[in-house]
Design a protein around this ligand. Structure first.
Ligand SMILES: [Zn+2]
Length: 98
């Protein structure tokens, strides 16, 4: 009788042990999968961030080119450089164009 109880308890504990290991393996696999997904998401986010940075710098470069495209001229009153689209000289206030 005692042997049967011992056998049942041993089988039960072995089963529990087996289930624990199995779930642990499943968990680690799930964790691995989750980590992979997380890495992929981080990669995507980093790429987007980089792309945004590239786009922003491109915009900045575009703005810079635009600013360069705005020609400057010399004010006839004070000889300071004035944007050619400025109506008045910002330094001396001379009216440059109508
Ligand atoms: Zn001026």
């Amino acid at each position: 009788m005692g042997f049967i109880v011992w056998l049942i308890l041993t089988s039960l504990s072995l089963f529990i042990f087996y289930s624990l290991i199995k779930s642990a393996i499943n968990n680690s696999k799930q964790t691995e999968t989750l980590n992979n997904i997380k890495d992929i998401l981080i990669d995507i986010r980093e790429n987007q961030k980089n792309r945004v940075v590239v786009e922003e710098s491109a915009i900045e470069m575009g703005v810079g080119n635009e600013e360069e495209a705005i020609t400057v001229e010399e004010c006839p009153g004070c000889q300071q450089t004035v944007a050619s689209n400025a109506t008045n000289c910002p330094t001396c206030g001379l009216r440059l164009r109508d």
